[in-house]
Ligand binder design. Structure first.
Ligand code: 3PY
Length: 249
């Protein structure tokens, strides 16, 4: 039985005071969450998460990392820098990075490998555009994205990633895949993992992302292959994030 993971993706939102209120709200009400919980925050706020969350079971992470270890890469943040601030997770290949920053499947794969080498748990995002879904290409697109990552990882490493299926048409649009639509893609991703490593397929948490919110979380999370959520907007409000954590617990 895989433990569920609820990870917030704050995207480029936050301020020191606003974050503190949000983190305090989550900490005060989280109680006995029976699932893994994390927040993935803009890099400048990692220290705040470390100071605020170290004594809790809530993990924290970044939203991207450099493919390089160090050097003349202005503006980049390395895996070891994330680790310096106690990060456990890092989101890799979110569709906003793929589309606004031109991240290729190969770059996403290289970042995934870099994260693992540094002891971070990469949350690798895959997902199809609306035009691709309408053209019946969902399986081919997410399969291609996952294959690129699997090509650079050993079976042992593969077991240490988290995958997030995020249909691009459901990100920031308020639209959500139905539980059956999401389950179908999660099951095919797991089958693809199993072809390389049955043990990894059993272990890897496959999260659903794309407008998961309190009123649809329970129905999504009850599906056999949905092992949690990567939460956008609803992670910015303590009561919504907590409601999703409760649905996963
Ligand atoms: C969303 O739900 O909007 C996300 O992109 C989560 O990563």
């Amino acid at each position: 039985m895989r433990r569920k993971l609820i990870a917030g993706n704050w995207k480029m939102n936050g301020s020191l005071s606003g974050n503190q209120a949000l983190l305090n709200g989550i900490k005060e009400e989280i109680g006995q969450a029976n699932c893994d919980v994390a927040v993935c925050v803009p890099a400048p706020y990692l220290a705040q998460c470390r100071d605020s969350l170290s004594a809790t079971l809530i993990g924290w992470g970044g939203q991207d990392l450099s493919v390089h270890e160090s050097g003349a890469y202005t503006g980049e943040v390395s895996a070891s820098m994330l680790r310096d601030f106690g990060a456990k997770y890092v989101i890799v290949g979110h569709s906003e990075r793929r589309s606004y920053h031109g991240e290729s499947d190969d770059a996403v794969a290289a970042k995934t490998a870099r994260a693992l080498r540094s002891g971070l748990v990469p949350i690798v995002c895959v997902g199809e555009l609306l035009s691709e879904r309408e053209a019946g290409q969902t399986a081919a697109v997410v399969g291609r994205q996952l294959d690129a990552v699997m090509a650079v990882l050993s079976a042992d490493d593969l077991a240490n990633i988290v995958i997030a299926y995020e249909p691009v048409w459901a990100i920031g649009t308020g639209k959500t895949a139905t539980p059956d639509m999401a389950q179908e893609v999660h099951a095919l991703l797991r089958k693809r993992l199993a072809a390389k490593s049955p043990a990894a397929a059993e272990k890897v948490q496959i999260l659903y992302g794309g407008s998961m919110k309190p009123d649809n979380a329970a129905d999504l999370l009850r599906m056999a292959d949905i092992d949690g959520g990567l939460i956008g907007g609803a992670a910015l409000k303590a009561s919504d994030f907590l409601a999703i954590i409760r649905a996963a617990s």
